[in-house]
Design a protein around this ligand. Structure first.
Ligand code: CP
Ligand code: NVA
Length: 326
């Protein structure tokens, strides 16, 4: 039932056989592979319903494999879900905080990639400049996964797509409204829109726009991307309403930015303009009273806890794709 909702399989670029399957962006996998990830995640999630969380899936497909995880920024969900994802697939993880690595005192990314590729079977990194993850991937001899950069957050969006499909909404033709800051999470939503042919209406204040290259690629892919300064216009008849923190990691908590964002707060009044069956998503962590009110994030339309849980199920499928098992 869910598979029909995933819709078109318009892959931008499927990884060629024999090539290391890095997952730096959604387009590294493409539509066919992401559709396969969603289907696999739905099946695995159902198959282990009620099991203890630390028990491996029956097939333990990544037994003997270790995922190295480098964090240059804080994380709750990405770290915990990747650790449990590889464990449920039968493998192990290794957590590395960059400040405690030689990377943190000047060892190059290239040398770090070469060395860690000798110890682990895949690497996940959360970093700031997207160029750093590209550098890591270009020197690693194992798959590299983007656990968030200042440019994008593709793992989050696989979980978001899974949540949307699970809750009975088809991706093609879906109307998604984004409110607030034009950040890394929005860039990946727009990238997904071009792949799965859904539409995004973006309401952000002047100076906080989404990356233009992502918008252009999505439009070429057949998605309608609408840019507006009017929050009510963005949410009108929307199927999904999404927001994120107004101040991303590494950004200054500037009062003028908060003031500019206030008209884009997702509150009950704004949600009322969306479709009656609209759902609310937020990647978390949330700043209640800023980008979203308690009434919305804790309200009946909010899917945030399923969305957070689905990071685990999505991560497992991303790992399997990287290891050429999907
Ligand atoms: N959504 C998300 O990436 O959360 P963390 O920052 O806690 O990993
Ligand atoms: N845009 C946020 C996402 C956190 C998961 C950030 O980059 O901090």
């Amino acid at each position: 039932m869910y598979r029909a909702a995933i819709g078109g399989r318009a892959g931008l670029r499927a990884a060629a056989s024999g090539v290391i399957r890095h997952f730096l962006s959604l387009s590294d996998a493409g539509g066919d592979a992401i559709a396969a990830m969603l289907g696999d995640a739905i099946d695995r999630k159902a198959a282990r319903s009620g099991w203890p969380k630390g028990k491996a899936d029956a097939d333990a497909p990544l037994a003997g494999h270790t995922l190295g995880m480098i964090f240059e920024k804080n994380s709750t969900r990405t770290r915990a879900s990747f650790e449990m994802a590889i464990k449920q697939l039968g493998g192990d993880s290794m957590f590395m905080a960059s400040g405690q690595m030689q990377l943190g005192r000047g060892e190059s990314i290239a040398d770090t990639a070469r060395v860690l590729s000798r110890y682990v079977d895949a690497l996940m990194i959360r970093t700031d400049d997207h160029a750093k993850i590209e550098e890591l991937a270009s020197h690693a001899s194992v798959p590299v996964i983007n656990g968030l950069t200042d440019l994008s957050h593709p793992c989050q969006i696989v979980a978001d797509l899974l949540t949307i499909v699970e809750h009975g909404k088809a991706l093609p033709g879906l109307e998604v409204a984004w409110l607030g800051d034009g950040n890394n999470v929005l860039n990946s939503i727009v990238e997904a829109a071009g792949i799965f042919k859904f539409n995004v209406r973006i309401a952000v204040p002047q100076g906080y726009e989404c990356d233009a290259a992502f918008i252009e690629t999505a439009r070429v892919g057949g998605s309608t991307i609408t840019l507006t300064r009017d929050a009510a216009e963005a949410v009108a008849d929307a199927d999904i309403v999404v927001t994120d923190t107004w101040v991303s990691m590494g950004q200054e908590h500037a009062h003028n930015k908060i003031a500019a964002m206030m008209p884009y707060q997702v509150n009950e009044g704004l949600m009322a303009a969306a479709r009656p069956d609209a759902k609310f998503l937020h990647c978390l962590p949330a700043h209640r009273g800023e980008e979203v009110t308690d009434a919305v994030i804790d309200g009946p339309q909010s899917l945030i806890w399923d969305e957070a849980e689905n990071r685990l199920h999505a991560q497992k499928s991303i790992l399997l794709w990287c290891f050429d098992k999907l």
